[in-house]
Write a protein that binds this ligand. Sequence first.
Ligand code: SF4
Length: 114
Amino acid sequence: MKKIALIGCGAYMDNGYGCPGEWRCLKAAALGEGHFAEPSQVVAFLKCECPGRTLVANMGMAVKLSEIKPDAIYLSTCLANAKPGCPYTTPEDMAKALEAKIGVKVVIGTHGYH
Ligand code: SF4
């Protein structure tokens, strides 16, 4: 089973508008639905915090301290499809920075649940 790490948008999650941390990302990973090609084991779940400067370093620390390198990192659907979008970065730039630092493929989006 693939090991994956999730990243959610903290600005969204903290406001409780149906936070994906409740179940959506986790269900999609568990069942292999949405952007997951197969059932996957979640080994880390990080929350981005505005303005997002610590995200890459925090993911690096999660990988180091857990001693588990994920097979892929997933940016949550709430982060990937935010409307209005993140004022600080784009999911694409975030993915590039994470891939450069962590050396793991980043998938933009997790699920299609409502
Ligand atoms: S920096 Fe952007 S992605 Fe990160 S928590 Fe803030 S709004 Fe969300």
